[in-house]
Design a protein around this ligand. Structure first.
Ligand code: HEM
Length: 111
């Protein structure tokens, strides 16, 4: 997760969205909270645990200027990061859910 977010912060397309909302220091309080929330989200997604009680659609409506290209870039970085960290069985599950939500957001946000 930190590998992906370090890359997202450094990326010229995705960086500004995250920096605007959470700052550019992945060790600050907002980032730590975000990463914990995302860990809960992925535990819920992949293992079916009841760990995530956030508002995933509401959170992305708040992100100004997010567009289709941003999601393309998100998938690209997420895919390479997952492939580097996990064995194929696991990384494929992350990628499948990542792509599913990207498509959902594009539909939901009408972008
Ligand atoms: C271009 C793509 C994306 C951008 C720029 C982006 C950006 C953000 C930002 C800035 C937040 C923090 C909002 C806040 O705390 O105020 C957030 C929250 C979150 N994102 Fe994304 N995101 C993207 C794609 C995705 C995708 C594809 C997923 C799922 C696979 C995802 C899952 C989440 C979750 C679970 C949260 C926490 C929501 C909550 O507050 O409960 N994001 N995202």
């Amino acid at each position: 997760m930190t590998l992906f977010y370090n890359r997202a912060i450094a990326d010229s397309e995705l960086g500004p969205f995250f920096i605007h909302q959470l700052g550019d220091d992945i060790k600050n309080e907002d980032w730590i909270e975000h990463i914990e929330l995302l860990a809960d989200f992925w535990l819920a997604e992949l293992l079916g645990l009841k760990t995530y009680k956030g508002n995933i659609y509401g959170a992305h409506i708040k992100v100004p200027h997010i567009n289709r290209e941003s999601f393309k870039k998100w998938i690209e970085l997420f895919t390479t990061s997952a492939d580097e960290v996990y064995v194929p069985d696991i990384s494929n599950r992350f990628k499948e859910r990542g792509m599913f939500f990207s498509e959902e957001f594009i539909r939901y946000l009408k972008i």
